[in-house]
Write a protein that binds this ligand. Structure first.
Ligand SMILES: [Mn+2]
Length: 170
């Protein structure tokens, strides 16, 4: 049988690969890494979901750098539902500008705390020179990871469109 000439390789669908993604956005991150970083391939435990001890894993290992994609969602980040309720109640009557500043400040602080906790684990597992990049939204991931490690990478707005298309397709 002749191989079909109109065969075009496609990205693997999630169920066809032994790799399982925690979320659609993590899937998008993984696909962009494979698309743009030369030689990068998702491999469980090696370049993807890499154990760093204490039952913790880091999403990706790219060019000798640990990469964690972790969007900050206050509803999941707050350990205390009472504290979250107080915060939401407290900012109810603030104007939008004040609301945005308060939420942003809390998100920034939680992101910083998250980074420090993860950096500690990475240091314990791989030494003090091990680098960790935490991206807290798609734009940071595109800028700090894909633009940095990729080759022939389009500009950030184009990358972001691809990111969102991948999420749709996942
Ligand atoms: Mn993650």
């Amino acid at each position: 049988m002749e191989p079909s000439r109109d065969f075009t390789p496609r990205l693997p669908h999630i169920p066809e690969t032994p790799i399982t993604f925690a979320s659609k956005s993590e899937y998008a991150c993984g696909m962009l890494l494979e698309r743009y970083v030369r030689g990068f391939q998702l491999k469980n435990g090696e370049t993807f979901q890499v154990g760093v001890g204490h039952n913790k894993i880091i999403d990706f290992y790219v060019n000798h750098t640990f990469v964690e994609y972790h969007p900050i969602n206050l509803r999941f980040e707050f350990d205390s539902p009472i504290a979250l309720r107080k915060l939401m109640e407290g900012i109810k009557r603030c104007d939008n500008h004040q609301k945005r500043l308060i939420i942003e400040a809390i998100k920034d602080e939680l992101a910083e705390k998250y980074y420090r906790r993860r950096k500690f684990l990475v240091t314990m597992a791989a030494g003090k020179d091990a680098e960790l990049v935490c991206a807290f939204d798609p734009e940071q991931f595109c800028k700090q990871v894909i633009r940095r490690f990729g080759e022939n990478v389009p500009k950030v707005p184009v990358l972001l469109t691809q990111f969102h298309n991948l999420i749709q397709r996942a």
